[in-house]
Design a protein around this ligand. Structure first.
Ligand code: 5RP
Length: 293
C-alpha cells in the first residue's frame, strides 16, 4: 500500500474533455466488454440519449412497506412506459410485475439489514448468480459501504458479485452507501465511487454533492445519481437536470417519484430532462401542464 504521508490533492479532472476510451460503444468505460455485457448495458442506457432513468423501489429490502410502495402491483405497470429500468428485489419483481411489462432490471442482490438497526453496513450476497440469470437481470446491484464498519465484507460481497457477473456477462451496479454518520463530501464520493469502479463495477450509483462534475469525470464508468429523500417536485427536477449537466449518465430515483403526488407525471418529466434535454424549468412546466399543479 502506498505511503499516504505528503499525499498530493487530486485536481486535474479535465471535465471539458470527453472520456477517451469510447470508440465504438456509447456507454462509458464499456468499450472493451463483450457482446453480452454491452447488450445488458444497452437495455439500461437508452442508445439514443446514452442515458437512463432507473426507478428504485428496492426500499422494502430494509424498510419494509414504504409510503408510496404499498402496492407495487398497482404502481409498477403505470410507471413502466416512462422509465428505462426497474431497480428492485427479486421478491418484488417476480411477485408484482408481469414479465411483459417489465423494463430493464437492476436486481438488488445484497441484503441483511433492517431499519430497526443502528449499523446498516453489514450485508450478505442474498441472490445466487443462477437466479439473476433466470430473471434475465440486466445488472446486479450491491450496496457498498466505504469507510463504514462493514467496508471489508461489502467489498468482499461486491467482488464476488462482479466475478460471477463477469462469468455470465451481467454488469454490476455498485451502490455507494451513505449512512447517518457518513460524510457526504466530494472528497468522500471521489474516494468511494472510484474504489467501486476500480473493483470492476460497470455502473456506479452515487449522490449529488459539491463538485459533482469532478466526481463524474474521475469515475471511468457511468454514474447514476440517487434521488435521495423526498424533495418538492420542482427541486427534484432541478437535481435531475443539474447532475446530467455535470456528467451523470442518468438518475436512479425512488422516493422523488413514488412519493410524488403524481408519480407517473413525475417520471415523465424526469425522463424528458434526462433523455430529451429539457431544462429543469421546462421539465417543471411540463409537469405542471400535465397535473395542473
Ligand atoms: C439505497 C438504494 C435505494 O434503492 C435508493 O437509493 C433509494 O432511492 P431514493 O433515495 O431515490 O428513494 O440504493 O442505497
Amino acid at each position: 500500500m502506498a505511503d499516504l504521508e505528503g499525499l498530493k490533492v487530486a485536481k486535474d479532472y479535465h471535465q471539458e474533455i470527453p472520456f477517451a476510451n469510447q470508440n465504438g460503444f456509447y456507454v462509458k468505460g464499456a468499450n472493451s466488454l463483450d457482446w453480452g455485457m454491452k447488450r445488458h448495458l444497452s437495455n439500461i442506457f437508452n442508445p439514443k440519449s446514452g442515458k437512463t432513468v432507473m426507478f428504485a423501489f428496492d426500499h422494502g429490502y430494509f424498510m419494509g412497506s414504504t409510503a408510496g410502495l404499498e402496492r407495487l402491483d398497482l404502481l409498477l405497470p403505470k410507471l413502466a412506459p416512462y422509465v428505462d429500468c426497474f431497480m428492485g428485489t427479486r421478491g418484488a419483481i417476480r411477485s408484482s410485475v408481469a414479465p411483459e411489462l417489465c423494463r430493464a432490471v437492476a436486481l438488488r442482490v445484497t441484503s441483511g439489514s433492517s431499519m430497526l438497526q443502528d449499523d446498516l453496513s453489514h450485508e450478505v450476497v442474498a441472490v445466487d448468480i443462477e437466479d439473476a440469470i433466470r430473471m434475465n437481470a440486466d445488472c446486479m446491484a450491491s450496496q457498498t459501504f466505504i469507510g463504514a464498519d462493514g467496508q471489508l465484507s461489502s467489498i468482499d460481497n461486491l467482488s464476488r458479485i462482479i466475478n460471477a457477473g463477469m462469468r455470465y456477462s451481467i454488469p454490476t451496479l455498485g451502490v455507494c452507501a451513505v449512512g447517518k454518520d457518513m460524510e457526504r463530501t466530494d472528497r468522500f464520493f471521489k474516494l468511494a465511487t472510484r474504489i467501486i469502479a476500480e473493483m470492476g463495477c460497470q455502473i456506479v450509483k452515487s449522490y449529488d454533492c459539491e463538485n459533482f462534475e469532478e466526481v463524474a469525470a474521475a469515475c471511468p464508468v457511468p454514474i447514476v445519481v440517487a434521488g435521495g429523500k423526498k424533495l418538492p417536485e420542482r427541486e427534484a427536477l432541478h437535481l435531475a437536470y443539474d447532475v446530467i449537466q455535470k456528467g451523470a449518465a442518468g438518475v436512479d430515483m425512488g422516493r422523488n417519484i413514488f412519493q410524488s403526488t403524481h408519480p407517473v407525471e413525475m417520471a415523465m418529466a424526469v425522463s424528458k430532462i434526462v433523455h430529451e434535454g429539457l431544462t429543469d424549468a421546462q421539465g417543471w412546466e411540463f409537469f405542471q401542464d400535465l397535473t395542473h399543479a
